[in-house]
Design a protein around this ligand. Structure first.
Ligand code: ZN
Length: 381
């Protein structure tokens, strides 16, 4: 079954300059053809885009979606003057441990659906609100049923039971908990931050994960300057996430390595913090991704369009750079070559915007612009 999507006013392919008067042919779950509408081959079915813009489906490479409860009160307090610390995570840990599998899965599918309706066709999902062997493993088991991009984040914070003996918690995270989680995870992550895990602990956790076949990614340099970014590059992590507090040496390390800098402006927005400097990273030649960091504590948004708008307004990105970061950049951060682009052979993950160009994602902040979404060749929205 093939479908011709034609009369695209503009088409962002991420393989060159955007096309105008373009068309795309989907065959099965893949893109079969891309080019000028006038030259399009015939297909079984035809969809008229009526001059609107199409981009690859968003690739959200950083989200925390297996949890229960919410933290409205904490957000409200923060917006009334209290500051954000890593410790608030423990509130969600208590609620998540108390939830049933069915409750956690219902929450997860609700958020994945919410993201899909906004054009996100690939989404990464971390554990990290269980912090026991059993609760971390079940979070990943539930997540793995809904996305291939699952990340073991037993090292989100030290579990409350180990607050007087963090070394013993690191032993658990690198031992029995890792054994239980590795079969359900593709990635291993650590929150390298004051109040969470220091550089030595982070190194031990990422190295242990890598020995089990998990690929490292790091929550790095979010709240303070720290060793996270340098460690990520040194260990060949796919991504260093947040990158808010960087020295020139950190920027140089990212520019010289294969580690993507994933920026998460929803976190700074929701904690009223300083935004990362995307312009500085781009000018240094670093590959930048934009993601939501969707989580109940520090960034409760699933909107990639919102992240694009903030990145353009506050972080020095052009609209084109921000759209690229939210699609191809996310794909790089997940080491995926089949998503984040519109090209023959790629997965048919496509977002049709209710707008004449992708610039409108930043130009019309807060406005729902999803006209249609295809995921794996299937029209979902
Ligand atoms: Zn995060």
């Amino acid at each position: 079954m093939s479908t011709l999507i034609t009369n695209l006013g503009s088409l962002v392919t991420n393989t060159g300059t955007p096309l105008t008067d373009a068309a795309v042919v989907i065959d099965g779950d893949r893109i079969a053809w891309v080019g000028a509408a006038a030259a399009a081959p015939p297909a079984d079915d035809r969809f008229d885009a009526e001059g609107r813009a199409m981009i690859p489906g968003f690739v959200d490479s950083h989200a925390h979606l297996v949890f229960a409860g919410d933290r409205t009160a904490e957000f409200n307090a923060r917006m009334s003057g209290q500051s954000y610390t890593a410790g608030g995570i423990r509130t969600t840990v208590a609620a998540t441990r108390a939830a049933t599998d069915a409750e956690l899965e219902a929450n997860l599918t609700r958020f994945i659906g919410e993201a899909l309706r906004q054009g996100t066709t690939t989404i990464e999902c971390k554990s990290g609100y269980g912090l026991t062997t059993e609760d971390e493993a079940r979070a990943l088991r539930i997540a793995a049923a809904h996305t291939p991009e699952t990340t073991y984040l037993g090292a989100h914070v030290v579990a409350p039971e180990f607050k007087d003996d963090p070394a013993a918690y690191v032993d658990l995270v690198t031992g029995e908990m890792l054994d239980a989680c590795a079969p359900h995870a593709r990635w291993v992550d650590v929150f390298c931050e004051q109040g969470a895990f220091d550089g030595d602990q982070a190194r031990a956790i990422l190295t242990a994960g890598a020995k089990r076949g998990l690929i490292p990614r790091v929550h790095a340099n979010q709240l303070h300057h720290g060793p996270g970014v340098q460690l990520a590059v040194e260990l060949g992590a796919a991504s260093a996430d947040h990158c808010t507090h960087l020295t020139d040496a950190d920027v140089d390390a990212l520019a010289g390595g294969d580690t993507v800098a994933t920026l998460l402006p929803g976190a700074e927005f929701s904690t009223r913090a300083k935004y990362p400097d995307a312009r500085r990273l781009l000018d240094a030649g670093v590959t930048v991704a934009l993601s939501t960091d969707c989580n109940p504590g520090s960034s409760f948004t699933s909107s990639m369009a919102f992240c694009i708008a903030v990145a353009v307004r506050e972080m020095g990105m052009t609209p084109d750079e921000a759209v690229y970061a939210a699609t191809a950049g996310g794909a790089r951060a997940l080491r995926r070559t089949d998503v984040g682009l519109v090209a023959p052979g790629a997965r048919a993950d496509l977002l049709l915007l209710d707008a004449p160009s992708a610039v409108h994602l930043a130009y019309r902040p807060g406005v729902p612009l999803t006209a249609a979404v295809w995921q794996g060749g299937v029209r979902k929205v």
